[in-house]
Design a protein. Structure first.
Length: 241
């Protein structure tokens, strides 16, 4: 019996060492393969996911859809006609959006809610594209009776807004409300209101408009990561030409 137990122990030890040797060889082989670079040589440390073309939008609900480069869509949602006054007391209208990439938002100077944070976030766009004449920012006041050009100039100075880069617009209240509701769907309570209603609760939404007045991106101006997406998307549109 002692002989059998001793024999069994010797067999177990031998089996253990054999298994250990097999595992060691396997691990060495795997590690060696990694050192030799047995992988797709087209992949490098610098590779990044390729960005898809930005969508177009249609309908009141901003339904996104994609088109092949070079094609023209007749159902794409575009910015409707408008003409207001900026903080420099100059006329500024839809024609000023043509041939530029435009970031659009709604605000009012005396807002103490979401406006300050949205303005701070959009300033990252201003900083990123400060020297790019093809990118501009436009913000419509939803309290135009209070936000006169002198008030907007004061607001711009306090917030570090560059006049040549960022236009703050004021004008006829009914026309601004109509544009905001019908074109941008920027009133959070628009479904229960009429165009002539004086109350306006603007959303956090920020819009990206291309050189042909098409809507190409929707973002949450209250969130930094969403504004970073906006900054990245502008770069994509610039490559479209």
């Amino acid at each position: 019996m002692k002989f059998i137990n001793l024999f069994t122990k010797k067999i177990s030890k031998k089996l253990f060492y054999v298994l250990l040797l097999i595992v060691s060889v396997f691990l060495f082989a795997c590690n060696d393969n990694q050192k030799e670079g047995n992988r797709d040589k087209s992949l490098t440390h610098f590779d990044k996911p390729k960005n898809d073309p930005l969508p177009y939008f249609r309908g009141k609900d901003f339904e996104p859809y994609w088109m092949e480069p070079g094609k023209v869509s007749y159902e794409s949602k575009k910015v409707d006609f408008f003409e207001f006054i900026n903080q420099k007391d100059e006329k500024f209208g839809r024609d000023n959006l043509k041939n530029k990439l435009t970031v659009v938002s709604f605000f009012f100077a005396r807002c103490h809610g979401i406006c300050p944070n949205i303005v701070r976030n959009i300033k990252f766009v201003q900083t990123e594209y400060a020297n790019d004449p093809n990118v501009q920012i436009v913000s419509f006041s939803v309290t135009p009776d209070l936000d006169t050009p002198p008030e907007l100039r004061k607001f711009a100075g306090e917030k570090g807004i560059i006049d040549s880069k960022w236009s703050l617009l004021t004008g006829d209240r009914e026309k601004i409300f109509e544009l905001a509701r019908k074109t941008f769907q920027a009133d959070t309570d628009a479904a229960t209101k009429k165009v002539e209603d004086k109350d306006f609760v603007h959303s956090e939404r920020v819009y990206l408009i291309d050189k042909n007045l098409n809507f190409r991106g929707l973002y949450n101006g209250n969130k930094g990561d969403s504004i970073q997406n906006l900054i990245d998307d502008i770069k994509i549109l610039e490559k479209e030409g």
